[in-house]
Design a protein around this ligand. Sequence first.
Ligand code: ZN
Length: 308
Amino acid sequence: MSKIKGLHHVTAIATSAKRNLDFYTQVLGLRLVKKTVNFDDPETYHLYFGNEGGEPGTILTFFPWDDVDPGRRGASQATEVAFRVPKGSLEWWLQRLDERQVIYNKPAHRFDERYLVFLDPDGLKLELVEVDEERAAPFAGSEVPGEYAIRGFFGVTLTVNDAADSATLLTGVFGYEKIAQHVNRHRYASTDAVVGNIIDLVELPHEEEGVIAGGSVHHVAFRTESVESQAAIRQQLRDLGYQPTPQIDRDYFMAIYFREPQGILFEIATDPPGFTVDEPIEELGTHLKLPEQYEDDREEIEKSLQVL
Ligand code: ZN
């Protein structure tokens, strides 16, 4: 059976591209791994932030739409995105977030971990979770010292009215295992993942559906190793009555999209070819990369994009 290997990337919606870039690279110390456009809306950037190598499981991406309304957290949404940080680093981060006037809560404990919740400039809810093992290399070019730096994703929280069918998808086709529960928070883990292995399902039966707009997660992408394993997963999904898209070429990975039982948009993305397919690793994120179909319109597209 073709298992999912945790998160590949998470894509969210921002307003100002410049403010988004500054926050994720300067405040959080992530690397701008790829600067491209939304393949379905080329007048909008698609910014990818990640670790040194731009590895799957470390990549948070944004569509900055400058005129989008603020979203609202609620049911049928990925409501929180959590990063791994080394044990003992939250005190440094508290000071960092204070200095940069970021809105945050004091550290708390959940299951076995100590974590810190804060908001990005558009209100996207983020978490830093202290972990023992540092499994993904940080971005060496960041001003955040390596001993405190973000090491890829911890996981995401999905808020749903009813967790049962979403859980069946995770433990079935995706091959996740339930590892913990506290009241209405059900924790699932991918046994095959290096980072980004956690999905928390938070069940709130009476929660109103959220609005996906500025500061919201647009979709959650999971990893698979190859085009062949992706095709096999696609077939399994179809057999269960899901309606995945055909395999779509996103230049850096192949993608299929479908809605999970509570309506959250999921993607399954292949590891190959990866972000070094069109830029060497030293130059990741330094050029505006356009998919071939838009290359002839480069001049016009560059003019229509927000100023970084
Ligand atoms: Zn995606």
